[in-house]
Design a protein around this ligand. Structure first.
Ligand code: SAH
Length: 290
């Protein structure tokens, strides 16, 4: 049984990580974003950020060698530990064998529709965007505490008019509210990533912040428009309508209805402006097809 007191210090965490990797012959795979937590402060931030009372079901995405899982198991009713790497699943079964409230699932998280109280993840960097979209659109939860590469985290709460403002900002804003919890240096992990990470608390909104006629349509429009982020809306809308096979008649009417926004650049538009643009197009298309 792993002595959890050992895991309360950096030295203990480093030792646990190195011996476990050696014992099971694990060579961390970059492609799967395998960086294992060795920072007691960060562990604390994650566990506290989840606001556990003891009766929650927590999904941990990418449990690795089970470091965070061990802490979660003590603080909640049940942990669902999801791990894609077969070798690490074997490690988890061993490391967590004395915890009967941990269920280990060998799967790609993107194939699971989770319905839980909490989600925790030190997110595999290569799937940051897909994972966020997946949990916001397909999963049910109250609080997620997610650790991202700093550059990616910044995009989630970026303000209009800034370089980091992007499609994923609109998505995150529409579905959730976000709080920054902690920024950690590369040395918080073994092996060290090249960059800092940032831990965010993400809470799904109970109701949308603005009215949207059709969510899929909105995000298609947002995606198209952001490929033209530096263009004026006037121009970007023409190209977008062409790409989305929206007729000229609809485009003409839309340009008139959206006149106050046309001289703004795509990256300067607020989330609510994108919703307005998509709604106008959606209504005009419906009108012209009926
Ligand atoms: N939570 C552990 C490990 C984090 S590293 C810790 O903090 O120490 C990220 C983990 O996610 C790795 O174990 C990796 O194998 C796993 N992973 C990567 N892609 C995944 C996917 N699509 N589904 C589930 N797990 C994944």
């Amino acid at each position: 049984m792993v002595d959890k007191k050992v895991l309360l210090t950096r030295e203990g965490l480093v030792k646990f990580t190195l011996t476990t990797l050696k014992k099971y012959g694990i060579r961390p795979r970059k492609k799967l974003g395998q960086h294992f937590l060795v920072d007691p402060k960060l562990l604390n931030v994650i566990v506290n950020g989840l606001e556990l009372r003891g009766n929650e079901v927590v999904a941990e995405i990418g449990s690795g060698i089970g470091t965070l899982t061990l802490f979660l198991a003590q603080r909640c009713k049940k942990v669902i530990a999801i791990e894609i790497d077969r070798k690490l699943v074997n490690v988890l079964q061993d490391v967590l064998k004395d915890h009967d409230n941990v269920e280990i699932i060998h799967a790609d998280v993107l194939s699971l529709k989770l319905n839980v109280d909490r989600i925790a993840s030190n997110v595999p960097f290569n799937i940051s965007s897909q994972l966020l979209e997946h949990i916001l659109k397909k999963c049910k939860f109250k609080i997620a505490v997610l650790t991202f590469q700093l550059e990616f985290a910044k995009r989630l709460y970026a303000k209009p008019g800034t370089r980091d403002y992007s499609r994923i900002t609109i998505l995150a804003t529409y579905y959730s509210t976000i709080r920054k919890l902690y920024t950690a240096p590369p040395s918080s992990f073994i092996p060290e990533p090249k960059v800092f990470t940032q831990t965010l608390k993400i809470m799904p909104r109970e109701r949308p912040p603005f009215e949207v006629r059709d969510e899929d349509f909105l995000f298609n429009v947002v995606r198209e428009l952001f490929t033209l982020r530096n263009k004026m809306l006037r121009k970007a809308l023409r190209i977008t309508c062409r790409n989305m096979r929206v007729g000229y008649e609809v485009l003409d009417k839309a340009l008139r209805e959206l006149s106050t926004l046309l001289d703004m650049r795509v990256y300067e538009l607020r989330p609510i402006d994108f919703a307005y643009i998509a709604n106008v197009l959606f209504d005009l298309m419906k009108e012209s097809s009926s």
